[in-house]
Ligand binder design. Structure first.
Ligand code: IVH
Length: 672
């Protein structure tokens, strides 16, 4: 309990448990992503988990540990390759998504350097794997993956098989030590050849060039690596001894080129924001024709001495930024429109597409969300459409190419019902009920559920708990042993958590996060069952629509009967510690942020403040309790002065986030 006492704010055991759970999940997904090259969740889901953990650790600093996933950039060191500590940490990059983001970055650089115009080295942002190549007296002695940025994996023997990476630097007097950094990747032509070869050998094709490159570099047998079309673009120098490098990063790249390293022909030296923005637009136009994947452009302050002055924050330099591209769009044809029944009974139109490779995967379906969306976009069977896949999200149809529409194309009429709808809905709701994040019934797959429903054995989730071994074994292809295992899994699923149970019920608009909020706000099911919409709206992040949906669900007699039946089946959960927003240190505080912050984005700061119970808004009013003033603040800062509202600078904000126990006193002590 030592931990508890040290805590700036008392953390109850449910918070400790959640932190442990998040860390375990993130470690697991890091392993899948970095070590196995086989991610199970989308980047967005990963980021959500990471943000939740960061927010909890910010709110309860005493629960922070040095081995928390928030302390690492990601990635564990595989057991099969030896770990390597990098000579200098391998940093990551902050992102910009709009001209404004870049302008803000440029502004910060200019004010820190005290210069009018900044010279940038502009480069493509390759989508491959970062590598560190260490040369001693001109000889490649070690190659390592980035790993967590501090430590990576020794892949020297594999890297030695890559033709475009020099094994020796051909120079009369090579430096005593030089670390070259770059991105290993596979180009489109190589990727096509590789996948064709995989198919001939009846092996699994790679989803995209990045996965193929990662899988190829991390082969235990370097002969396999040698057969893969890996190549490199080098983008910088890390540690260096015995050689005076030019002050210009761009010139360093040229020097690397002269030494025999492969450097991108797209790099340019640019001056100021307008040239940078033009380069970004230009590369975006040329992207499709490059022959390899890039996901944006990188701008680095060209002068290395200026880079040193700017330094770094956390794991990213203040002198560089990745300006990402919007998601890729491709054209394809709609071959059919199907209507699917969801677990809540909602009908979702889905476009079946001619397969198209977009955003790194082959897309064959795109959701049209609902009837409104379908009619708004007026997608018809036979239409040529633009398809987009952003990051790892579900592919979507952006628009119809009307010029390409044939005269025979007729508007799609969305049916009000579909044949077998009730049964489909039941199947979907059972699939959801049994899923890993809900009741987690191991071995109860979609097919089996379909069989159970179609044979009339199961009419509601509670029926699952009445299943007997013999009944299960009767189902096709299921042996006695599997049947026994399934009965056991069903029985074990009864011990769950309130949050999981709520999520499993499949209430419209209630995902895992909302289910958790409900569980920790109400603490028990009885209180939730009788909660009014107004009470529900008091739960963090629940608005009128979600509150209405939850209230309607519990007011429905059929749903109540279903819940009673489940409780009779002895579904139980441990008591939940009630955690109301009022217990958080900044509850009741309305905070406004203005200007840019150097150590975090405004969104991050808002999220941290909200995690502590504060409400963040965009405009200063008499209700505002505190204004955080960053660099180049807007007139909100002046308005705060006029209204006599306390202001804190970034250092003050950090202090408040680190120790929010007595916020009022803190603000008095630290206000501007
Ligand atoms: S510079 C200190 N330059 O992007 C800067 N990185 O998000 C660190 N990348 O791990 C890297 N192209 O794998 C740099 N021209 C480029 C790059 C590049 C791709 C990757 C690299 C890095 C990641 C950072």
């Amino acid at each position: 309990m030592q931990l508890r006492r040290l805590c700036a704010m008392p953390a109850d055991s449910s918070i400790e448990r959640r932190i442990a759970e998040l860390r375990a999940m993130l470690d697991y997904h890091n392993h899948r992503y970095y070590t196995l090259d086989d991610p199970e969740i989308t980047d967005t889901t990963y980021d959500t988990l990471m943000r939740e953990l960061s927010a909890l650790e910010a709110a309860y600093p005493a629960l922070k540990t040095t081995d928390s996933p928030t302390e690492r950039v990601g990635g564990a060191v595989a057991e099969t390759f030896s770990p390597v500590t990098h000579l200098l940490p391998m940093l990551s990059l902050n992102n910009a998504f709009s001209p404004q983001d870049f302008e803000e970055f440029d502004q910060r650089v200019r004010s820190k350097l005290g210069t009018e115009t900044v010279i940038y080295s502009a480069e493509t942002k390759l989508d491959g794997l970062a590598i560190s190549l260490v040369y001693e007296h001109g000889e490649l002695v070690r190659a390592a993956t980035r790993g967590d940025g501090e430590r990576g994996e020794d892949v020297t023997s594999n890297v030695r098989t890559i033709g475009s990476i020099p094994r020796v630097i051909r120079q009369r007097l090579p430096p005593a030590l030089m670390e070259v950094r770059g991105e290993i990747y596979i180009d489109h032509a190589g990727f096509k050849r590789l996948n064709a070869a995989q198919r001939v050998r009846q092996e699994k094709a790679f989803a995209n060039p990045r996965n193929a490159a990662a899988g190829s570099l991390r082969q235990l047998d370097s002969n396999v690596t040698a057969s893969r079309p890996l190549t490199i673009f080098c983008y910088g120098v890390g540690a260096c001894e015995g050689l005076l490098l030019p002050d210009s990063h761009f010139e360093c790249l040229q020097l690397l080129g002269a030494m025999g390293f492969r450097i991108s022909p797209e790099s340019r030296r640019l001056s100021g924001v307008s040239e940078v923005l033009a380069y970004h637009v230009g590369m975006l136009e040329r992207r499709a024709g490059l022959g390899y994947d890039i996901d944006g452009v990188v701008f680095k302050v060209d002068s290395r001495s200026a880079q040193e002055i700017l330094g770094q924050v956390a794991k990213a330099p203040r002198w560089a930024i990745a300006y990402k591209f919007p998601p890729e769009e491709k054209m394809t044809r709609v071959v059919a429109i199907d209507v699917q029944v969801g677990r809540t009974g909602a009908l979702t139109p889905v476009a079946r597409l001619e397969p198209v490779f977009v955003g790194g995967v082959t897309v064959t379906n795109a959701t049209l969300h609902n009837a409104d969306e379908l009619h708004r976009k007026d997608v018809r069977v036979g239409d040529t459409v633009w398809v987009r896949r952003a990051g790892d999200v579900i592919p979507e149809i952006v628009s119809v190419v009307l010029e390409a529409r044939g005269s025979e194309a007729v508007p799609f009429v969305m049916p009000c019902t579909v044949p077998g709808q009730a049964q489909s809905q039941l199947i979907q709701s059972l699939v959801h009920f049994a899923s890993r994040r809900a009741m987690d019934i191991d071995g109860l797959g979609d097919r089996l559920i379909e069989n159970f429903v179609q044979s009339g054995l199961i009419k509601s989730p509670a029926d699952l708990y009445k299943l007997e071994e013999a009944q299960i074994a009767e189902q096709e292809r299921l042996g006695q042993k599997s049947a026994a295992n399934l009965v056991k899994a069903i029985r074990e699923s009864r011990r769950t958590t309130l949050a999981r149970f709520l999520y499993a019920l499949g209430i419209r608009e209630v995902g895992e996060a909302t289910a958790r909020q409900l569980a920790s706000y109400f603490g028990n099911l009885d209180a939730l069952l009788v909660a009014s919409p107004e009470e529900l709206e008091r739960v963090p992040d629940i608005g009128p629509a979600v509150a209405g949906s939850i209230h309607a669900f519990f007011a429905n007699p059929a749903k109540r009967t279903e819940i009673d039946a489940l409780l009779k089946a002895e579904i139980t959960w441990p008591e939940v510690q009630i955690q109301r927003a009022a217990a958080l240190p900044l509850a009741g505080w309305t905070v406004v942020l203005t200007g840019s912050l150097a150590t975090m984005t405004r969104e991050d700061a808002s999220e941290k403040l909200r995690g502590l119970g504060a409400k963040t808004t965009g405009s200063v009013s008499a209700k505002t309790k505190l204004v955080i003033v960053g660099d180049e603040p807007g007139n909100k800062a002046e308005r705060a002065v006029t209204l006599g509202i306390p202001r804190l600078d970034e250092v003050g904000l950090q202090g408040l986030l680190a120790a929010p126990t007595d916020p009022a006193q803190f603000v008095i002590d630290h206000q501007l």
